[in-house]
Design a protein around this ligand. Structure first.
Ligand SMILES: [Fe+2]
Length: 230
């Protein structure tokens, strides 16, 4: 008996979805589900007899639509948890910085880590695995140029994350280079954005990215504030 921890990848958007919980009580949480993959989640949950206790979003996504409403059909009692500044208009619980929840015998704790979006949170599971959403990426960080993103907030959120114990494992919301996991010690050494300790250099780097808008932003954001309802 011990923890449940699965990292699933959406191949189209390189989004990571996490399923975590306690194998003794069979309670699980899903972080950042993707609507197209709902059958995969359902299969896993039913096959293992897992009870979906929490549906968590690290932020309002712009690149994919969440599976929350699809999953709520099968697990109507699951609690949807989002950051306190989320624009969600359906029934959600908004958490504050350092709020926590129990999942079986384990703790999940929420940290406000805005910068990519105003409502971004990172989630610490069992005190040693941090799901960073689109704040800290392996070797980099999320973009800050839409959804009330802020370079200043991204800078402080990254500082906040790396102040956690250096053995904390980092599980990002995306990886475009087929990496799965890192830890704080490695990120301090190798992450190009964390290495830019001078704020002006950090700002200059992010301003130079000039990325095209996510393809599905105009469709995803309005759907996601409704829980992904079609
Ligand atoms: Fe995002």
């Amino acid at each position: 008996m011990g923890i449940i921890f699965r990292q699933l990848k959406d191949p189209t958007t390189s989004t990571y979805t996490y399923i975590l919980g306690d194998s003794l009580t069979k309670e699980v949480a899903i972080i950042d589900s993707v609507r197209e993959n709902v059958n995969e989640y359902k299969e896993l949950l039913f096959k293992n007899d897992w009870n979906l206790k929490y549906l968590i979003e690290t932020h309002t996504h712009a690149d994919h639509i969440t599976a929350i409403m699809q999953l709520k059909k099968h697990f109507p009692f699951s609690e949807v948890i989002v950051g306190k500044l989320s624009d969600a208009t359906y029934e959600v619980t908004r958490v504050n910085d350092k709020d926590s929840r129990k999942i079986g015998g384990y703790t999940i704790q929420f940290f406000e880590t805005p910068g990519h979006t105003k409502d971004s949170v990172s989630i610490l599971f069992d005190n040693n695995r941090l799901m960073t959403g689109d704040c800290l990426f392996i070797g980099s960080c999320g973009r800050t140029d839409f959804q009330q993103g802020s370079i200043k907030e991204m800078y402080s959120s990254l500082q906040k994350i790396i102040s956690l114990h250096e053995d904390t494992l980092i599980y990002p919301g995306h990886d475009y280079n087929n990496r799965f996991v890192s830890n704080i010690k490695e990120e301090k050494l190798l992450n190009k954005m964390i290495k830019l300790t001078n704020y002006d250099d950090f700002e200059k780097e992010l301003n130079s990215w000039n990325l095209p808008p996510p393809k599905k932003i105009s469709e995803s954001v309005p759907a996601n504030i409704l829980g992904g309802l079609e």
